[in-house]
Design a binder for this molecule. Structure first.
Ligand code: 3HC
Length: 290
């Protein structure tokens, strides 16, 4: 399938933190985009996040009001899966729960046209298994974005045991058309980035748990000592503690390496609803900025 922006339609499933960022990226790159959420309230919340990002870009002079209006006109929200039936590429960005994904993939497979590709934004779950519950496993692969999706340049293209070369080439072309730099990874838990990033983030939590340094000093150390844009605890709050826990569990499940075992504090914080920025509290307090 050749990528032509005109007439090419992208579907995004899930309008949470990642789904909204992905939908924003696709619409502002010139694609007709339809994003689906499970209910109107979540959809409205996700769309509001996208509209305010475009407003911010207008205020900063990065785009004109006319361009923002064009982006908005290209983006359609829905709560009905069937509204994605004529999409050429569908990107799944729902909750990181395998049962949910295994329910969604056959449902999508049943409504999409035969040549459509189904991509998963999962950060660490088994995409080969997602493909296997469809009748088009060769047209299923991973396309993993990084938060904030409209800003971060990287995407990981994840090839399953069944993905065809043609699918990989189409997805590579698509990723480049979104202004991203793609890398190719095998379908193993964590792919490239999370395989390296998760142990670092978990180590920062263990340092805090063990009282080795304050949260501020851990963050300051990595920010100014290594030139990272954010310290690890700030980044954990930014990515979401629940998302990090799910990623750590999935990689630990696959390799049983202690490096990936979630520290007790992480699990307790998620249990307490301290998910980071999105819930107003994580390692830091965001209740004023929410
Ligand atoms: N849409 C468009 N532009 C946006 C945006 C959005 N949604 N969000 C931020 N921006 C733009 C801002 O307008 C700004 O542009 P400018 O520099 O031209 O003015 C630029 O991005 C930087 O934003 P800010 O000025 O608000 O803030 P910072 O300079 O502090 O940068 C950051 C914010 C880009 C988030 C930076 O701190 C960063 O790179 N942090 C690290 C993020 C990271 O590591 N992400 C990967 C996490 S791992 C992951 O996602 C994988 C998952 O599976 C766990």
């Amino acid at each position: 399938m050749a990528i032509r922006k005109a007439g090419f339609k992208v579907g995004v499933i899930g309008c949470g933190l990642m789904g909204s960022g992905i939908a924003q990226t696709c619409a502002q790159s010139g694609y007709e985009t339809v994003v689906r959420e499970v209910n109107q309230e979540l959809l409205d919340k996700g769309l509001a996040r996208i509209y305010s990002a475009w407003e911010m870009m207008v205020n900063k002079g990065k785009i004109t009001q006319g361009q923002a209006d064009e982006h908005k006109a290209r983006l359609h929200g829905t709560v009905r899966l069937e509204d994605l039936a004529d999409c050429d590429i569908v990107i799944e960005a729902i909750i990181e729960n395998m049962e949910e994904k295994l329910r969604l993939f056959p449902a999508l497979d049943a409504i999409l046209k035969p040549e459509a590709l189904i991509l998963s934004n999962t950060s660490s779950l088994n995409i080969t298994q997602m493909g296997a519950v469809t009748k088009r496993p060769e047209q299923v692969c991973g396309l993993h974005f990084f938060n904030p999706a409209p800003v971060m340049k990287l995407v990981e293209i994840v090839k399953t045991l069944s993905t065809s070369e043609q699918t990989i080439e189409t997805v590579r072309e698509f990723a480049i058309s979104l202004g991203k730099t793609p890398v190719l990874a095998k379908d193993t838990a964590g792919f490239i980035v999370n395989f390296l990033l998760i142990p670092y983030l978990l180590a920062a939590i263990r340092m805090l748990e063990n009282g080795m340094a304050s949260r501020e000093d851990i963050d300051t150390a990595m920010k100014y000592g290594c030139g990272y844009p954010m310290g690890p605890l700030t980044l954990l709050d930014y990515v979401g503690l629940d998302t990090t826990l799910w990623a750590a569990e999935a990689i630990y499940e696959e390799y049983k390496e202690p490096l990936y075992a979630p520290p007790p504090l992480l699990r307790r914080m998620v249990n307490a609803g301290m998910l980071g920025r999105k819930s107003g509290k994580g390692f830091y307090d965001y209740s004023e900025t929410k």
